[in-house]
Design a protein. Structure first.
Length: 129
């Protein structure tokens, strides 16, 4: 059962990442910077932290399969760290050092903020017993 949940979550996360990235890259404001990857990484950090707090810390081990579906599966297929690294390399290679720095700092800092906000929201909605 666990492997099926993992595969389903991964497939859903991959499809969500593709659709969101495709939509963002079609926007005029997203032509000069890899906003799609940045937004996916930040929102993925949020979802992963929210799921970890709610499922692993609040609900307990009997709900661990839900974390396989959402945390490991969906977020594993959805987030795009390898794409982030490649896009940052391309920016550096092409001489866009400031954009590369903005991508690194934005992904790391905003991703951390997404994780912190996800954990905070989970703690507010599902307070510890």
């Amino acid at each position: 059962m666990g492997m099926a949940l993992l595969l389903l979550g991964g497939a859903l996360g991959t499809a969500a990442r593709y659709q969101l990235g495709k939509w963002i890259s079609a926007q005029r404001w997203a032509q000069e910077f890899p906003y799609g990857t940045l937004i996916v990484n930040v929102s993925g950090s949020f979802v992963l932290a929210f799921a970890a707090v709610v499922i692993l810390e609040r609900f307990g081990l009997e709900y661990e399969d839900w974390y396989l579906l959402i945390g490991t599966g969906f977020c594993g297929g959805y987030t795009t760290f390898s794409t982030f690294e490649w896009e940052t390399f391309r920016l550096v290679r092409d001489g866009s050092w400031l954009q590369a720095l903005a991508n690194v700092l934005g992904s790391v800092l905003a991703g951390f903020a997404g994780a912190a906000l996800g954990a905070l929201l989970a703690a507010l909605l599902f307070p510890p017993p």
